[in-house]
Design a protein around this ligand. Structure first.
Ligand code: PEP
Ligand code: MN
Length: 337
């Protein structure tokens, strides 16, 4: 961190800042200009309540040099991370497709959809057993019964499985039945849940919060990795903006930004980003073209009767067409399914 003093700060004010830093065992390096003195701080800044320095007399501003996240930071881990789930690897060589219903509704519904997405080339079936719905009166999910159907789909079709978890209890249950856990947008800053997900040791898909900056998102990933679990995949799923034509605004620029700032894989969910079936395919192609490591797509056998997110769910025909059209994008990106 660098501390910039206001022009013509008296020596006593500079000393007060340097004393405070040195008291905490950190080093200071002064650069004294004609008007402005700059103080470089060297050492573990976690030992310093850095924020407090801002209010000392004559301090103009604090300029951080390194980001607060370290374990998810590409600067300290230049190689891209590959997250292994079963015999599949999520990372720079593959294009991971996670497809399935918003919610697991019945055994028959999930098995029908799982069979179709497997046939069409997806490596994962997704399906919510615990649904964090905006209204408490909307369908909340089948919970453990839904997880059991996911395990059946895995057994029957050899698919990897992913389910959202919303509590410690859900983590414990899901870890028995599925291969990967999802932390949804609404829980991205539920720090206790992030820690518990980290302690589970399971591969985690961390969705971006509805109003989270990329730095906040990477700090959330840091919570999981700090528990000793490096198996984190990020998922851009749209953020809140003033635009109302779509449910959220898909921030595709997050993909190259994440690739620069972090070594973690990043996938894109155009279904929750738009809320509109017709917009899912064009944005799925754009996501692959701009470097995403995978896609999460909602697919339903009967979207008109879906218990959640029917309007954005692809029919089997739409999903089949998308998977065919995606082939060219996938080979241009030098990846394989
Ligand atoms: C979901 O994937 O089912 C979901 C609820 O997504 P999000 O957390 O992105 O809204
Ligand atoms: Mn959904």
């Amino acid at each position: 961190m660098i501390i910039v003093m206001k022009p013509h700060a008296p020596q006593a004010a500079v000393n007060r800042v340097t004393d405070l830093i040195q008291e905490k065992g950190l080093e200071t390096h002064l650069s004294v200009g004609k008007e402005v003195t700059i103080i470089g701080v060297v050492g573990d800044k976690n030992r310093l309540a850095g924020e407090n320095l801002r209010i000392l007399p004559w301090v103009d501003k604090l300029v951080p040099i390194t980001e607060s996240y370290k374990l998810s930071n590409r600067k300290f881990h230049p190689e891209p991370t590959r997250v292994r789930v079963g015999n599949h690897e999520i990372g720079p060589d593959t294009l991971t497709i996670m497809a399935g219903p918003c919610a697991v509704e019945t055994e028959e519904q999930l098995m029908t959809i799982a069979r179709e997405v497997k046939k069409t080339g997806a490596q994962f079936v997704r399906g919510g057993a615990y649904k964090p719905r905006t209204s408490p009166y909307s369908f909340q999910g089948l919970e453990e019964e839904g997880l059991r159907y996911m395990a059946e789909a895995k057994k029957e079709y050899g698919l990897n499985t992913i389910c959202e978890v919303i509590s410690e209890k859900a983590i414990e249950a899901a870890a028995k039945y599925v291969d990967m856990l999802q932390i949804g947008a609404r829980n991205m800053q539920n720090f206790q849940l992030l820690r518990e997900a980290g302690r589970s040791g399971m591969p985690i898909l961390l969705k971006r919060g509805l109003a989270a900056t990329i730095d906040e998102w990477l700090n959330a990933a840091e919570y999981i990795i700090a528990e000793g679990n490096p198996n984190v995949v990020l998922c851009e799923r749209g953020i809140r903006t003033y635009e109302t034509a779509t449910r959220n605004t898909l921030d595709l620029s997050a993909v190259p930004v994440i690739r620069e700032k972090s070594h973690l894989p990043v996938i894109v969910d155009p279904s929750h980003a738009t809320g509109v079936r017709a917009y899912v395919a064009p944005l799925a192609k754009a996501a692959v073209a701009c470097g995403a490591d995978g896609l999460m797509i909602e697919v339903h056998n009967d979207p008109e009767h879906a218990l959640s997110d029917g309007p954005q769910s692809l029919t089997f025909d739409c999903f089949g067409q998308l998977m065919t059209d995606l082939q060219a994008y996938i080979s241009l990106a030098g990846r394989k399914l």
